[in-house]
Design a protein. Structure first.
Length: 165
């Protein structure tokens, strides 16, 4: 086996940090702080901690498929991670490596929840007035930021900058 390319090593390091941060935050909020028993905790006028279990995907889509959904979504997400790792192995610049690492780490964090608990633990609740964004977690945030960065890299970032890296 050959040496792991620097961009891939960087992206996998980012993925590890994201997955670990996600797991640690969930462990602390669920097992140590006991957010499920304490209920909603208002931290600011626009941010709460809540306990929500999402058996589906984003915005609770596909949440009524029970065990088949649990394992099916886990397998699809796992296959997606494999595709992203292959993409990461071919990446040539650190911006793409960083973005792919965010998405990979976030996906791994949510796969862990789905396999271990049957649903993904979400607890960040942003709101303005009576409008609440669906609860989310560190993994979800990393995935969202990673996807935005990948889109920016593909659509906006000048090609000349990519060639210099």
């Amino acid at each position: 086996m050959g040496k792991i390319p620097p961009v891939m090593r960087f992206g996998l390091s980012v993925a590890l940090v994201v997955a670990a941060a996600d797991r640690l935050s969930k462990w602390w909020l669920i097992d140590i702080y006991d957010l499920p028993a304490r209920g909603r905790l208002a931290l600011t006028p626009f941010f709460n901690l809540v306990m929500a279990w999402n058996p589906g995907v984003s915005f609770s889509l596909l949440d009524d498929f029970g065990e088949a959904g649990r394992w099916g979504l886990s397998l699809v997400a796992g296959a997606f991670v494999v595709v992203l790792v292959v993409w990461l192995a071919r990446a040539r610049d650190t911006a793409a490596g960083f973005a792919l690492g965010l998405v990979i780490g976030g996906a791994i964090g949510n796969i862990y929840d789905r396999v271990m608990f049957g649903a993904v633990a979400d607890f960040f609740d942003l709101h303005i007035g009576g409008w609440h964004w669906p609860a989310f977690n560190i993994a979800d945030s990393a995935i969202a930021v990673g996807v935005v960065l990948l889109l920016w890299d593909a659509l906006v970032r000048p090609r000349a900058v990519k060639r210099k890296e």
